[in-house]
Design a protein around this ligand. Structure first.
Ligand code: ADP
Ligand code: TRP
Length: 345
């Protein structure tokens, strides 16, 4: 059932609010943001902020499943806020806040966990991947998707812009929403939660890292959005390629350099570089230099904005405080509905 069908049978939903959608996404402050985060999640989220009411948050409760250094968690959280704002998040349109400023989500996560089937969580790819990477098998890590479902459902979210690796988490969220609606939704309303949709950009669903695998801070193959010039150049120059000699024609489709170049160059520039690849006569080193130039240029206005924001420390605190206030308003309304539906006071 789509959200719109549900509205049709949902007399207690304010008709006026049907005209806009709620957009929500979160990002963990578990490290420094990279261009995979930017193209996969931040840029689509920023583009969507004009299309409805957006809620974007720094998932610090989630980050506790991997970060054990409180100073680092605090610094990273601030840095994520700064970077997101510098990249174009407009606090007049989107509420930006820290997840832990809305502790009601942990209550909702508990309520959801009471109906969440073990088997559903046992099938989580991200849980299995994290164990394979050496993270301890904690209850928090296992429950991660339930807290994420609470994040999404507590704001009556319609659309969730994320990268492809988060798709299964949104599916779990939908399953839990259906389960809650079936278990506790009483006729004629029959409704507690909306079913959110993931919004995944096909062109940027998996941005490759310098080794050609999915870019991720935990794989050490990242190019950071706001890395310094020397480091960024070094990372770009160390992109892994095949050993085709300069004169050989090269296949653009399998090339990490070409894929990253396509994200930051104009259509004409991409067409030109594609031709240079196919024609032969240009070495990978030259293509990497061109990629670095484009990449550096692409983020230049954002670097400038970031510098300006750094000069005013209270700016970010104010943005986060205002965002948290709005998020709390909505979360309190939804929790009232949930508590009443399940029989809590
Ligand atoms: P990481 O893998 O570096 O730890 P996160 O899991 O914190 O990144 O991801 C934050 C957001 O950025 C998610 O929506 C995720 O899907 C997106 N994202 C992360 N890496 C990539 C990538 N390489 N390509 C596309 N999207 C990505
Ligand atoms: N799990 C997401 C990630 O690692 C972060 C996240 C937490 C999130 N809660 C969310 C994303 C709710 C979207 C919606 O990137």
């Amino acid at each position: 059932m789509t959200n719109w069908c549900m509205f049709a049978f949902t007399p207690n939903v304010d008709i006026l609010h049907m005209s806009y959608m709620r957009i929500l996404s979160g990002i963990q402050p578990s490290g420094v943001l990279h261009i995979g985060n930017y193209f996969g999640m931040m840029r689509p989220a920023i583009a969507l902020q004009a299309e409805g009411e957006a809620f974007y948050f720094i998932a610090d409760y989630h980050a506790l499943t991997s970060v054990r250094d409180p100073t680092m968690l605090r610094e990273n959280s601030r840095r994520v806020a700064l970077d997101f704002l510098a990249c174009g998040l407009d606090p007049e349109r989107a509420a930006l806040f820290q997840q832990s400023d809305v502790p009601q989500v942990t209550e909702l996560a508990w309520i959801l966990s009471a109906v969440a089937p073990m088997g559903l969580l046992e099938r989580s790819h991200s849980y299995k991947d994290k164990l394979a990477r050496g993270l301890a098998a904690t209850v928090g890590l296992f429950n991660y998707p339930v807290l994420m479902a609470a994040d999404i459902l507590i704001y009556d979210s319609d659309v969730v812009p994320v990268g492809k690796d988060q798709k299964q988490h949104i599916e779990i969220t939908r399953d839990l929403a259906v389960k809650m609606n079936e278990t506790f939704g009483s006729e004629p309303d029959g409704w507690i939660f909306k079913l959110p949709e993931p919004r995944i950009q096909a062109a940027t669903e998996v941005v490759p890292g310098i080794d050609g695998q999915k870019m991720s801070k935990s794989y050490g193959n990242n190019i950071d959005i706001f890395g310094d010039e020397k480091e960024t150049r070094k990372r770009v120059m160390s992109i892994v390629t095949d050993s085709a000699p300069v004169e050989a024609p090269k296949d653009p489709s399998g090339s990490t350099i070409f894929q990253l170049y396509s994200l930051v160059a104009s259509k004409d520039e991409v067409a030109e570089v594609r031709e240079q690849f196919q024609k032969g006569g240009t070495g990978y080193g030259e293509f990497k230099k061109q990629l670095f130039e484009k990449l550096w240029e692409h983020f230049a206005p954002m670097r400038k904005r970031r510098e300006e924001m750094l000069a005013d420390r209270s700016y970010i605190d104010n943005v986060l405080a205002r965002g948290a206030e709005r998020a709390n308003e909505v979360a309190d309304q939804v929790m009232k509905r949930v508590r009443s539906a399940v029989g809590l006071r």
